[in-house]
Design a protein around this ligand. Structure first.
Ligand SMILES: Cc1cc2nc3c(=O)[nH]c(=O)nc-3n(C[C@H](O)[C@H](O)[C@H](O)COP(=O)(O)OP(=O)(O)OC[C@H]3O[C@@H](n4cnc5c(N)ncnc54)[C@H](O)[C@@H]3O)c2cc1C
Length: 498
């Protein structure tokens, strides 16, 4: 069972990802995408999680077919400098995990457990994971020698070019693209959407409407009045400023996003093949637009005289109560947004679509399916939120009232409170992870990495340990594996282009 006619409202990344997956899953459906020439896309989502790999796999698009078109690079994880002032823990890397980490990963968990109990064990995550070394050594996470070695990776890409790539592909497969403004959403007497009124193309009707209209949520929020639940009580950032910077054409390319804590938020640096994407996500309660721009420019070493294009953005952080309501599904910023600290937005787009397609195809008990779907998406979003909140909650920065507020507020979920309370006790923490396993968006290794990486250990256990130690053996192993198996990132990308 599939809807015969579908209208997607909005042509940002969410709109064209929706078009791609719906077209793939329901090739006989008649799909129209309406997008406005007058209302731009947000255009800044340039980093992904490894989940995006599955998106391209599903569509049967190989990396070399899309990456060169989007100036894309590989991503092995995220570096977090300056989030902690604990000596030795001022920075850590959150890697994507791989089967190559099994032994060293176990060593890391064991050492973190010992260090929590006060035994100095060098439990900094940076020693123990292969993807950390891939990023440090500017390698590509693809083994030419062992092509079937399935190591997790994500991507960095130019969001505008990715949208253009997907659009061209969808149009080639028969999707209809209407360039027009939707001026009104007409409702049936029962509350379903009846049609979308456009400026020049009359009323457009369908069996199913996908709302990809961005933060405005034209269908789901404005027309269907679905409640928006704000996360502003524990995620204080509501604005961003973005600047692109050039890159030397022959310089090495890391596979790391860098997310540096600044005075009232954090700055991202994303390496694309041809340039860097940079931005500062901050709280407007603590910083004006002009101050944020100035601080970002100083961070990027851009002098006030330099002529650079600066984009200021507002962010609406939270989620809608229901993502699928009546004959409408909200996807992307219209369904909600969590600040991009772990670059999770497109993962949520993909997750929403995949779950929806599965539930819709299964025609049994539509109301029950809808309810299950909405609960599942909400759990996922809240799981991601809790992990993002953790970065702020456990910070040990002393340089601004902003960081103090992030650390001291008590508006955290019961799940997160239970995890943080349990961290100090190795057994209790494991029990808590197990208890929550169905609702966690981030798995055990990520929780160890963030809490150990920020140096949440008893003071006596974080003195440097000079003994020739297992952590060095773990690091040596990771370096050896990386040097042996993985090619230079830039050279690999260049070879893809040719
Ligand atoms: C600062 C920042 C950084 C981010 N970084 C990341 C990241 O690293 N990784 C990640 O995964 N995500 C990131 N995101 C999120 C990501 O940018 C979005 O999730 C993604 O681009 C999807 O946006 P969208 O398509 O939902 O909305 P938009 O890009 O806003 O698109 C909305 C579309 O709707 C159309 N539209 C709106 N109203 C009408 C109308 N009346 N008639 C016709 N058309 C209409 C517009 O023309 C446009 O085509 C970031 C977001 C922000 C704010």
């Amino acid at each position: 069972m599939y809807p015969k006619k579908i209208i997607i409202a909005g042509g940002g990344t969410a709109g064209w990802m929706s078009a791609s997956l719906l077209q793939h899953s329901w090739p006989n459906a008649h799909i129209i995408l309406i997008e406005s020439e007058n209302i731009g896309t947000i255009g800044v989502g340039e980093g992904s999680t490894p989940y995006l790999k599955q998106f391209f796999k599903k569509l049967n698009i190989a990396d070399h077919e899309w990456m060169p078109h989007c100036n894309a690079t590989y991503k092995s994880g995220i570096e977090f400098p300056n989030w902690s002032e604990t000596p030795g823990y001022e920075s850590y890397f959150h890697p994507f995990f791989s089967p190559l980490d099994i032994e060293t990963g176990e060593m890391f968990f064991k050492r973190a457990k010992a260090q929590k109990l006060g035994v100095c064990s060098n439990a900094h995550p940076d020693f123990y994971f292969v993807n950390t070394q891939i990023a440090q050594k500017c390698k590509a996470p693809i083994s030419q020698r062992y092509p079937n070695l399935d190591i997790d990776y994500g991507y960095h890409f130019d969001a505008g070019l990715l949208t253009a790539f997907l659009k061209k592909r969808c149009l080639g497969l028969g999707l209809i693209n209407v360039i027009d403004d939707i001026t009104q959403v007409e409702l049936e007497t029962n509350g379903d959407i009846k049609g979308l009124v456009t400026n020049e193309h009359g009323v457009q009707n369908a069996d199913l409407y996908i709302d990809c209209t961005g933060f405005r949520g034209l269908l789901i929020q404005q027309a269907l009045n679905i409640e928006f639940i704000s996360f502003k009580d524990n995620l204080f950032n509501d604005a961003a400023v973005a600047i692109q910077t050039p890159k030397e054409s022959k310089s090495p390319i890391t596979t790391s996003t860098c997310s540096t804590a600044l005075s009232c938020g954090w700055a991202w640096k994303i390496p694309l093949a041809n340039r860097y994407g940079n931005g500062y996500v901050y709280s407007s309660e603590f910083l004006t637009e002009a101050e944020a721009e100035q601080e970002l420019k100083a961070h990027l070493k851009i002098s006030p005289q330099d002529n650079v294009t600066v984009r200021h953005l507002k962010m609406k952080v939270g989620r809608v109560d229901k993502h699928w309501h009546r004959n409408c599904l909200a996807v992307g910023l219209s369904q909600g947004f969590i600040e991009p600290l772990e670059a999770t937005a497109l993962m949520l787009v993909q997750f929403t679509l995949e779950e929806f397609i599965e539930k819709y195809t299964n025609n049994d008990q539509r109301v029950k399916q809808q309810e299950n779907f909405n609960n599942k998406v909400n759990h996922m979003i809240e799981g991601v939120r809790d992990y993002i909140v953790t970065h702020y909650k456990v910070n040990s920065k002393s340089n601004s009232p902003y960081w103090k507020k992030c650390r001291e507020h008590t508006n955290i979920s019961n799940n997160l409170a239970a995890l943080l309370n349990a961290w100090g006790d190795p057994e209790l923490f494991e029990d808590e992870l197990e208890k929550q396993q169905d609702s966690l968006a981030y798995l055990r290794p990520s929780w160890y990495v963030i809490l150990a990486g920020m140096g949440l250990f008893p003071e006596k256990a974080i003195q440097p340990n000079n003994a020739e130690d297992k952590h060095l053996q773990a690091e040596k192993y990771c370096i050896k594996v990386v040097n042996k198996l993985f090619p230079d990132h830039r050279e690999y990308l260049d070879s893809m282009r040719s």
